[in-house]
Design a protein around this ligand. Structure first.
Ligand code: SAM
Ligand code: SF4
Length: 334
């Protein structure tokens, strides 16, 4: 499926739930967000049917996200069913990894190919400050479990927020001894997120990827460690995203940078998003959504396909530096 700007749309991110077992300060207020009504949430069989139609139209890669996808009831069976759909070549999951230790083996056996784990700091006190509810140890155990059961690649994503004063070098160095792909993501103006100290998103909190990379190299030099070098194509992890990859000499993993703000990659955007309440969203930053809920509950497969064609036809050329969206990241499916 090509959109009006010639981009091949082959990737769908599915938000399984707007609920979460954490309350990251840049994503949700402490009390959480008003929950979607249960009847509005797509059922597992509805998600499978939509995915089957999408696969017929050329979607080959699925990412499950949320909210926290691992708190969704029946997630293992759902992955099993998506895995069986002809045309789906790869299934990945974005998770905070709190539940990964106990679920990794079943997820792998159900057909999940890879995981992206969100982790913004290696400092246990700061971790609990950022997530409000989480324990760092659970995530570290989840990372071990992900490697042990053989997810490949395992990517670890940190959102960089200036006021958090994160230790970028320690994070990047996790790529040295194990095949972990440590990635830094620029803080995006999505939702009316509570921001650090509930102050909301502001440009002053954005740190460009270039600044993060320079800071890593400066700290490495100060410690007599080698600096990052650009990764060769055969060293980069498999993926459908726009990260730019580096590595420390002889490291088993890589260090990646995702720069939605400082270096637009809209011209390469290959994705659509399906929200937990059945809306197809052509662009993360645009509030324009197309209703699949109605089509999947009372329409034919052709009706579902029709919504896909409309949404793809309406995919904007780029985000035009838009600030704020009606829904937050956890409800859109970040
Ligand atoms: N709960 C899961 C998790 O945290 O991995 C999946 C959903 S979460 C919304 C997906 C990703 O979006 C996380 O890596 C999170 O850090 C990131 N995120 C949330 N708000 C963001 C923002 N304003 N800018 C950049 N990334 C953000
Ligand atoms: Fe939950 Fe993920 Fe948002 Fe954190 S970033 S509150 S883990 S949805």
């Amino acid at each position: 499926m090509k959109d009006s700007f010639g981009r091949n749309i082959n990737y769908m991110r599915i938000s399984l739930t707007d609920r979460c077992n954490l309350r990251c300060i840049y994503c949700m207020p402490p009390e959480g967000i008003p929950k979607m009504s249960h009847v509005d949430i797509l059922r597992n069989e509805e998600i499978v049917r939509i995915t089957r139609v999408a696969a017929d139209l050329g979607i080959s890669h699925i990412r499950l996200t949320g909210g926290e996808p691992l708190v969704r009831k029946g997630v293992i069976g759902l992955i099993d069913d998506i895995h069986a759909i002809e045309g789906i070549e790869n299934i990945s999951l974005t998770t905070n990894a709190i539940l990964l230790l106990q679920m990794a083996k079943d997820l792998k056996e159900a057909g999940l190919d890879r995981v992206n784990i969100s982790l913004d700091t290696l400092d246990p006190v700061q971790f609990t400050e950022i997530t409000r509810l989480g324990k760092l140890e659970c995530v570290l155990n989840g990372i071990d479990a992900a490697l042990e059961v053989g997810f490949d690649p395992v990517k670890i994503n940190a959102v960089t927020v200036r006021r958090l004063n994160q230790d970028f070098l320690s994070f990047a160095l996790m790529s040295v001894d194990r095949p972990l792909h440590m990635r830094f993501i620029e803080y995006m103006p999505v939702g009316a997120s509570s921001g650090y100290d509930n102050s909301g998103w502001g440009p002053e909190d954005v740190i460009s990827s270039e600044e993060v990379r320079d800071a890593i190299n400066a700290s490495a030099r100060a410690k007599g460690l080698p600096e990052l070098e650009e990764a060769r194509d055969d060293e980069k992890p498999l993926g459908y995203g726009p990260a730019k990859y580096y590595r420390f000499p002889n490291a088993l993993g890589t260090v990646g940078f995702i720069s939605p703000l400082s270096k637009h990659f809209c011209n390469e955007c290959n994705r659509l998003r399906l929200t937990a309440d059945g809306k197809l969203r052509p662009c993360l930053f645009s509030d324009v959504e197309y209703d699949l809920h109605e089509a999947v509950r009372s329409g034919s497969d052709a009706d579902i396909a029709g919504v896909f064609y409309t949404a793809i036809g309406a995919k904007p050329d780029e985000h035009h530096d838009k600030v704020g969206t009606e829904r937050g990241m956890s409800a859109i499916g970040g």
